[in-house]
Design a protein around this ligand. Structure first.
Ligand code: S3P
Length: 193
């Protein structure tokens, strides 16, 4: 069949491209795999992704650890919710991996519920600890006992903020990413471009 002018013939191995209909936020405890899953899905689906901590570090010109040390956790939480609103307002919707403590303020939970579609990647503190290679950059993950307590206390907050939940325990990044993709497609948040 004659092909229309300017149309590229579809090669057998061509992967479909996708688009997000609204911003997607990945939340969950440190070590849940939010940033890795966001990067992998962005590459596989050819969508844009952004790590909120990295965005904040670039905007403020300081590492997260330094913001905690200089300005304290409450100030960091305000910076975090402002950054969330900024990235949600960007022209094309992105897949955003958020810091593990973003759910701790009412304002941020409200933003997660209203500005996009939020997915909770669920993980226990023990498995999270085994996945984290560098605890030194995470001021709130220093010893396992306090991380366990923190993780436990945040569970209801993650659940309150999320529209979808994926249990990541015992799963690798590929299967978690596939589950996130299926969930987003089912919810109509991820579509073929
Ligand atoms: C935090 C998690 C970190 C980072 C900061 C505080 C938390 O992000 O935002 O150290 O309170 O759980 P990751 O979840 O990406 O490690």
């Amino acid at each position: 069949m004659a092909r229309e002018r300017g149309q590229r013939p579809k090669a057998a191995g061509d992967k479909p491209t996708y688009r997000l209909t609204r911003p997607v936020f990945l939340i969950g405890f440190m070590g849940a795999g939010k940033s890795t899953v966001a990067r992998r899905l962005a590459r596989a689906l050819k969508i844009s992704s952004l790590d909120l901590d990295t965005y904040i570090e670039r905007e403020r010109g300081k590492k997260i650890k330094q913001i905690f040390a200089d300005e304290g956790e409450a100030a960091f939480r305000r910076i975090e919710v402002d950054a969330l609103a900024e990235v949600a307002a960007m022209a094309s919707p992105m897949l955003v991996s958020c810091g593990g403590g973003i759910v701790t303020t009412d304002a941020a939970r409200d933003a997660l519920q209203t500005l996009g579609y939020t997915v909770f990647l669920e993980i226990g503190a023990d498995e999270a600890a085994s996945r984290i290679s560098d605890r030194s950059s995470r001021p709130l993950f220093q010893d396992l006992d306090s991380a366990r307590a923190l993780c436990e206390s945040r569970q209801p907050l993650y659940r309150a903020a999320a529209a979808g939940i994926i249990d990541t325990s015992g799963k690798n990044v590929y299967s978690i990413s596939r589950e996130v993709q299926r969930l987003l497609e089912r919810e109509g948040v991820l579509c073929r471009a």
